[in-house]
Design a binder for this molecule. Structure first.
Ligand SMILES: [Zn+2]
Length: 495
């Protein structure tokens, strides 16, 4: 963020808000008044006539490392995506980790998003330097982030029951070398990073993300929960994202994945479930009773054929719901307007009972205040209201998306696609002004990313070949395992 210029007050004049017109007075990083505030003599004025102001959108689940793997796959299930991991994420340098994050941060700000929950990965274990490179990218762009090392102590092949045995001996040997660091090493390295955290936690804060329960031993999950308690951080896990996970979880633990994690003591107000497509009613009740969150990622769930999460039932169960895009390696863009639109449409494709469909108000609430709570920012973010942080998006009402403006919330969720974003403010400071990122040289970023891309393509050639040999086996074994009956169905069009 740019250095403070000595101006304490910012006065935003003449803008439209979601329910009318309002001037906004900001002091430092905080909104003081919305409506008809007096202008303090020292205030810097921003003319917002012809602009619609909305709270910065908050991406409750994404993966910064996915940005360098954008567009690498098409017909991937979650299990094929995980199989592709070494190919699309392998051999990353510290600079690559920074670059990948920077690409996503630039995209998110350009598309009206001011904070995100980034589950970032390093192989074979996270490092303090890697997490610092990621945090630095967010600080440079000027957006907020929760940076959570995504960790595991079992590979995908060790996690899926029977998969290793289904591989021919030669392939078994090849996937052996993907083995992750022992969990104690990973915990130690996370502790080091958490202990020496260099960023202001109001801007970039750490969290802990045991990636998928099946990929983590119980000892490891307990260690992650302990770290989160000790350092007061969030916990974030992919739970019941695909049907295979739900089936394999029942088989392995004799109970649902949520019940298993609850028994381990992980589920509480700082706990975020990513996806939760295959949660059942009991799971949702548990999550709601414990004050936990679900990050709903409808775009990724469609793209990977994971199914459609039941957002209505989640809300009814008292679960805090945020909205996310997921990583660019499985949902391609990080456009929160699109994620909102899909959250609305996905609820409608679940069935004809229109009164259970998610309203545009509910979607917007989830993508702002709901996501803010999932990130651990409580009610400091996600609203244009006194006492909240001044994270504000200015949309250009001369954009065709807004001609005419009949209902601002409906249009924000169903019509806006990011192309009307004119300016973005985070903590009272502009980070995007008149469609220009103030702190990022996009041309340089493109050059740096292209040379990283070329090098990674070369370095990961063997990993790509390994993927191609694994694809037919994983691609038939996993759907076979997932065919087992469950008492819920999250496939909209399938029996
Ligand atoms: Zn994810």
């Amino acid at each position: 963020m740019t250095a403070k210029s000595g101006i304490d007050h910012v006065f935003i004049r003449g803008g439209r808000v979601l329910d009318g017109f309002a001037d906004i007075l900001i002091r430092d990083d905080t909104i003081v008044e919305v409506g008809k505030p007096q202008i303090p003599p020292d205030a810097k004025e921003i003319d917002a006539r012809g602009k619609l102001l909305h709270p910065g959108l908050i991406n409750a689940h994404m993966h910064g490392h996915g940005n360098l793997a954008k567009g690498m796959g098409d017909r991937w299930t979650l299990e094929l995506l995980l199989t592709a991991g070494p190919w699309i994420t392998g051999n990353r340098t510290l600079e690559d980790k920074y670059l990948g994050t920077l690409i996503g941060a630039a995209e998110m700000v350009l598309k009206g998003c001011t904070a995100c929950y980034d589950l970032t990965v390093e192989f074979p274990a996270p490092s303090a330097e890697g997490l610092e490179a990621v945090g630095r990218a967010y600080r440079e762009v000027g957006m907020r982030a929760v940076v959570a090392p995504m960790v595991a102590d079992r590979t995908f092949f060790e996690a899926v029951p029977g998969l290793m045995e289904a591989l021919p001996a030669a392939l078994q040997k090849d996937v052996e070398r993907l083995r992750l660091a022992p969990y104690r090493t990973t915990l130690e390295s996370m502790r080091k990073a958490l202990h020496g955290w260099k960023f202001d936690r109001g801007e970039v804060r750490p969290a802990v993300a045991p990636t998928i329960p099946l990929h983590c031993s119980d000892e490891f999950m307990l260690g992650c929960a302990e770290l989160a308690r000790e350092y007061g951080t969030g916990l974030h896990t992919h739970v019941a994202e695909s049907k295979l996970q739900a089936v394999a979880g029942l088989r392995k633990y004799g109970k649902s994945l949520t019940a298993h994690m609850d028994a381990l003591g992980l589920v509480g107000p700082n706990f975020t479930v990513a996806h939760g497509v295959w949660l059942d009613d009991e799971d949702m009740k548990h999550l709601g009773a414990r004050g936990a969150s679900v990050a709903h990622n409808p775009g990724s769930n469609m793209r990977l054929g994971s199914g459609i999460a039941d957002m209505r039932r989640l809300l009814e169960s008292g679960v805090n719901v945020g909205i996310g895009t997921d990583g660019a390696n499985c949902s391609d863009n990080l456009n929160m307007y699109e994620a909102m639109r899909l959250a609305s449409l996905a609820s409608k494709v679940r069935g004809p009972d229109w009164q259970r469909w998610i309203t545009t108000n509910e979607v917007l609430e989830a993508a702002t205040a709901g996501s803010a709570r999932a990130l651990g920012f409580g009610d400091q973010l996600g609203r244009l209201a006194p006492g909240c942080q001044a994270d504000i998006v200015f949309l250009d009402l001369a954009n065709p998306n807004w001609i005419p403006l009949n209902n601002a919330v409906n249009a924000l969720v169903h019509t806006e696609d990011g192309s009307a974003v004119h300016s973005v403010m985070v903590a009272g400071r502009m980070v995007l002004e008149n469609r220009r990122l103030l702190n990022v040289d996009l041309a340089k970023l493109a050059r740096d990313a292209e040379s990283a891309r070329e090098r990674l393509e070369r370095m990961n050639r063997d990993n790509k070949r390994l993927y191609e040999r694994l694809e037919p086996i994983v691609g038939s074994f996993c759907p076979g395992l997932a065919r087992a009956p469950l008492h819920i169905n999250r496939y909209a069009a399938w029996p």
